[in-house]
Design a binder for this molecule. Structure first.
Ligand code: ADP
Length: 406
């Protein structure tokens, strides 16, 4: 007689892969309890020495070795699962979920990968030249190494696929925009969707009744306006460069700045791309892009760091005001991601002076880092302000399970 009970059965798990141009991030997730059973990172792919980190059973294993390409990187990862665990063949892996940055007008939700989906992701590469080719490489390599498991693509843009035309359309020659697919696609959609759903559940209120602003503040940063669980506006644009001030990206600026720098500084398209994506934002203004380092500089009286923080907070406050108007009133404002979850100075600074709009922070509740969903507004605040840690890997795992019907 078998003594096994349902709790002895291995839980279904999903291997989530986020493949970048020179890195592969991965997590083995059990979607029903939301646990990350193992996680890791392969970096410096294609350089003379690569770095691999694998975390499992509470133990971190590090290796330094050349990783010539993504295929070798993933082979090393699978080798670490075999050597250190957990044993993938016993983990009941029901899907491999891939993060894909740009789904264009084609994808409004997760899909099982087939040859057509691969072609479409490839075809969307001009809209995300830094990301889609790397995402596709990850998909192809993983399919070759794990051919018996269904692979699912989860798009960063999907949550914003149905933005109202008034929010998605840039006011340029419509023929040019249509021909070259220039419109607002947004990004970080998996996080904005996960967090706005979670807010409703934590507050015990119907998602359909809530007007929300979500502020995803990580190295990249974006804001969204969500009405009844549906995104109606977001700050990232055709690419993740528009909107809020970020770690190394400028966010909004007058497009004529580019003409000016091209004409007067002789900067090429590549140099302008590098300037706005890698030498701007907090880093461009202060020399550092990590908020912990920024605060240290501010405390030492560094004027550049103070200005960087002020510009960052001013932009955030401006977006909160704009989205308040877009929604016609707000029930909940939520901070998430590395800065949003950890930085109480940024949270308080972004919303200070908005008491007239019914937004009042309770400074004791706001203090410190938050690893759990937390209300940080005062009892009398008309708008509820929260911190909700994001979990894009779990969201990708859950969407993957839904797609494959496991
Ligand atoms: P991404 O996923 O975009 O790389 P994260 O969401 O992980 O970024 O956020 C990373 C950023 O979070 C760091 O660059 C840093 O500025 C910020 N951060 C992390 N920990 C803290 C902390 N304790 N206090 C303030 N900022 C923090």
């Amino acid at each position: 007689m078998s003594t096994s009970t349902p709790s002895d059965q291995p839980r279904a798990s999903v291997l989530v892969i986020n493949s970048g141009s020179s890195s592969i991030k991965y997590q083995l997730v059990t979607p029903d309890d939301g646990r990350a059973v193992a996680s890791g990172l392969v970096e410096q792919i294609g350089e003379s020495t690569g770095a691999v980190k694998h975390v499992a059973h509470g133990v971190t294993t590090r290796r330094e070795l050349p990783v010539p390409d993504h295929a070798e990187g993933l082979r090393i990862v699978l080798g670490l699962f075999e050597e250190i665990g957990p044993d993938l063949s016993a983990a009941h892996v029901v899907a491999v979920g891939h993060r894909v940055v740009q789904g264009g007008a084609r994808f409004d939700g997760p899909v099982r990968v087939d040859a057509k989906v691969e072609r479409d992701i490839d075809e969307l590469s001009p809209l995300a030249p830094l990301h889609n080719p790397a995402n596709l490489t990850g998909i192809r390599v993983a399919q070759a190494l794990l051919p018996d498991v269904p692979h699912v693509a989860v798009f960063d843009t999907a949550f914003f696929h149905h933005l109202p035309a008034a929010a998605a359309t840039y006011a340029i020659d419509i023929e040019v925009a249509t021909k070259y697919r220039v419109r607002r696609y947004g990004a970080h959609g998996t996080s904005h969707q996960y967090v706005s759903d979670k807010v409703a559940r934590v507050l015990g209120r119907p998602l359909e009744e809530l007007n929300q602003i979500v502020l995803h503040l990580g190295n990249g940063a974006s804001a969204s306006a969500v009405r009844g669980g549906v995104a109606v506006e977001t700050s990232m644009g055709m690419t993740p460069l528009e909107g809020l001030v970020m770690g190394t990206r400028s966010g909004d600026l007058d497009p004529a700045v580019l003409f000016h720098l091209h004409r007067n500084a002789g900067m090429s398209v590549e140099e302008l791309d590098d300037l706005l994506n890698r030498r701007s934002g907090i880093k461009g203004l202060s020399g550092v892009n990590d908020f912990r380092a920024l605060h240290e500089l501010v405390e030492k009286g560094d004027a550049g760091a103070r200005l960087a923080l002020d510009v960052y907070l001013h932009r955030l406050r401006k977006y909160v005001g704009a989205y308040y108007a877009v929604l016609g009133g707000v029930d909940v404002i939520t901070f998430t991601a590395g800065v949003g979850e950890n930085d109480d100075v940024v949270r308080a600074g972004a919303l200070c002076g908005l008491e007239g709009m019914g937004i009042v922070i309770d400074h004791e509740r706001n203090a410190g880092r938050k690893s759990e969903p937390t209300v940080i507004s005062a009892d009398g605040s008309r708008v509820t302000v929260m911190v909700v840690p994001t979990n894009e890997e779990l969201a990708i795992a859950r969407q993957s399970v839904e797609v494959v019907g496991a």
